[in-house]
Structure formats: structure tokens, C-alpha cells
Design a protein around this ligand. Sequence first.
Ligand code: FES
Length: 382
Amino acid sequence: MEFKFKKQIFGFMDLLRFKNMTKVRREKLASAPSTPLPKTYRVNEVAKILHPGNQNAVLKQITLDTEDTKTYTFELSKPMFFRAGQYVTVRCEADGGLVSRPYAVSSSPYQALKENKLSVTVKKAGFFSDWLFDNAKEGDAFTIGDPSGDFCFDSVRDRKNVVGIAGGSGITPFYSMAQALKEGSEDFNLTVIYGARTEKDIIFKSALESLCGNKVKVVYVLSDEKKEGYEHGFITAEIIEKYAGKEFSVMMCGPSVMYDFAKKELAKLGISGKYVRTEANCCGLRDVKHAEYEIKVHIKDECAVVKANSEETVLTAMERAGLKVPAKCRAGGCGFCHSKLLKGEFSIAGADKRRLADKKFGYIHPCCSYPDSDMEIIVPQG
Ligand code: FES
């Protein structure tokens, strides 16, 4: 057996220290200053600014950008920190139910942090966007969620030169990035290749041009119109090569058809997939034969049966029924709506982004799942 002489000595010392502990503590407490501890620390204050959670906001201004696009500027109740390119969830009461939708922020990070102002730009398409377009008015109350998403520049992941491929209202995050570059809160080179049908469909044209300079370039590509000063057609490999230079990362925001087309063009240029990122699109209505189903929803100790149809997502059906359910990206990416499927058949919009464990243990994302039969699910509380 090993002789542990040293340990025994230290063990003895520990016993002595233990014996004196109460006395030492009492002395320290007696000699401590009587000033109360601060109620808050700087680090907590910073954390509150960085993560404000849901906050109340008042719609201050509505600007008509094009025939079917409007910019909504909100006055936030608290300052907000976000990275240019991120989205926020806009929520309000509409048609008797609580509805929400994520929108990319179109204003600059500086405005949200220093002036409590934040804008989103909305194209009239889909239930909530239609409702906003036709009904929202200045002075209305909304709830704005935490900024989310990773559609922003990352110096570890992205090359210093970024080509932003935008389609229609997909210009929104790039407009925010261009403002951030001008303000100095971001540092990379951005070339935006912006596809629109005609000149009058271009959003933020004069504002974008005022931001052009060393770090920001904008190229317009019109598909339905030939005009001097504009490229014509679609965003092809030739156009990308002409304006992008040699080494670059690509960020794309626009309709899915644009992604499919642009990815093929980028492949011709030999751009590796790791340098190409696309912003997820919200799952809307799907084009299938109409069928009606019932979804039994368990939320905490409550249970409700909601009517659903084959064209809409499970999330939309629950919201339409007035249930408070969690949602952020509405595209199967953030995991916020992660729910346990007890029974039923469903289809997923686009690629199945669930983890292997989710598939194995029967979890779904109601935001991108469409019912194919009656279903029963357990949903986290919203
Ligand atoms: S809301 Fe993001 S995964 Fe469903």
C-alpha cells in the first residue's frame, strides 16, 4: 500500500481550516461595508439590449415603394441590436386571430439601436402580407420579435467580396447591409445584382444609388424590359462574372425559382456550394387538391381540435383557429415550432430540414408541414 504522508498532513490542515470556517466567515461579514449590492450590472444591461425579446411597437409610417410593395416603419419600445440581413417576426391581431410573419429588416442597425426605429418591406402576397397591405394604418400596435437568422456577413465563413443576388422584394436584406456598410457597422464589399421585371418594379432605387461607393455596387437586371443602363434578361453566369470579379461568396434572397436558376449559373462558374447561401422563404399555400382534415392539438394541459385543409400548413391552421403557438422563421429552419407528432400523415415543403433524431422520435415543424390526413400533435406553448 502506498504511504500518503503528504496527503495526511494536508488533510489535517483542512480539518483545522474547517474548524475555523464559521469564525472566519462571521468576521468577514462583520467587517463588510453596509452599502447595498447594485441591483443591476453593466453586463446584464448590455444583454437586455442584445436580447430584448418580444416588444411592443407602434406603426409610425407606411411608404408605398412600388405597386405591390410597402415599407412599414415602427417605433420600438426598446432599442434593438441586429445584424444587417436578419429578420424579425411581426405580430398583431388580424381578422380575429393573432398572426405573425417573419420579415427581413430593411432599415439600418444604427436606427434600431440609436433611434428605436425599424422598417420591414412587404410585398403583397400571402395572408398576413395582404392583410398588412390592405388594413394596417399608422398608429396601429404590433409586437416585434427578437432579430433572428444567419443571413448576414460572417468573416469566418464568407469571402470579403460578397455578391448579393436579389429578386423582387428580396432586395430588403441587401438594402440593410448597404446602409450598415455606409455607417461602418459592417466591413465587406457588396455587389448587389438585382433582378426585377421592369424599372418601375425596382424598390429603393434612388436610396440604393446614394449608398453606392467603394464598398457597395448595384447592378439592375430587367427581365421584361430593355433599357439603357440596365442589364436585360435573367441573372446569368455571364452577368455575375462581368460584375463580381474573381473570388466571392454569394448570398441570395428572392423567389425559389430564382434560386434554382441562379444555382445552375453559379455552377457554370465553378462556385463551390460552401460559398453560396440562400435566405429561406416562408412556406405559403401549396398547390394540391383541396381536402379537409382535423388536427387534435395538445398545448400544455389543454387540448383543441382545429380544422385544417390540405393547402395550408399545420401552423397556419392552428393560428387560424386562434391558438397561441410558437413560430419564427416559418420555413423549417429555426426549430421554434418543433412539435411531437402523435399520429397522422403529412408532407414537408421543399427539403426536410429536420435532424435525424427528430425523424426517429417523430417530431415535425408545423410551419413547413402540410396535413395529408387527420393529425394529433403536441405543440409547445407560444
Ligand atoms: S417557425 Fe422556424 S422551424 Fe418552424
